[in-house]
Design a protein. Structure first.
Ligand SMILES: [Zn+2]
Length: 146
């Protein structure tokens, strides 16, 4: 059995849409940045990357913090190779945290002059190195015995 409905009646039976200032959920999802398929969890709080993508190669699937440059004022500019150059700058250490998405904790990367020549330190190594440096500062300033 078919019931004929005039268009005016059909419209009248539809309840009015609720007034709301927030957009429908589907629109929020459309505006949210899309996460790559390999990134199954949230970024660590320290991750500064906003360019994770499905196109990232396996080795590039890592979180990274803001990097910091630390000027080594007591070092020869560029290891003495251009010491006579008036424009030579002292070397810098590039330091940042990184964590491959398959690793369980971050590592610290320390490299010289933004090169690939550097070292990764675990969290435990970072802590022990910081303790050693503080001990050496105390010795140097006479607050501790060698
Ligand atoms: Zn990240």
């Amino acid at each position: 059995m078919t019931i004929a409905v005039r268009p005016e009646e059909a419209i009248a039976d539809v309840p009015p849409a609720p007034l709301s200032s927030s957009p429908p959920i589907s629109e929020e999802w459309d505006d949210a940045p899309r996460r790559p398929a390999w990134l199954t969890g949230p970024c660590p709080s320290w991750c500064d990357r906003d360019d994770h993508s499905d196109a990232d190669k396996y080795d590039d699937r890592r979180h990274a913090s803001v990097y910091r440059l630390f000027t080594l004022t007591a070092a020869e500019p560029h290891d003495g190779h251009v010491a006579d150059d008036d424009d030579a700058e002292p070397p810098k250490l590039e330091i940042f945290l990184e964590q491959h998405y398959r690793e369980s904790e971050p590592r610290l990367w320390i490299a010289r002059d933004q090169t690939l020549h550097g070292w990764h330190l675990t969290i435990d190594e970072m802590r022990r190195l910081a303790d050693l440096l503080n001990t050496m500062v105390d010795v140097a300033e006479g607050r501790s015995r060698p």
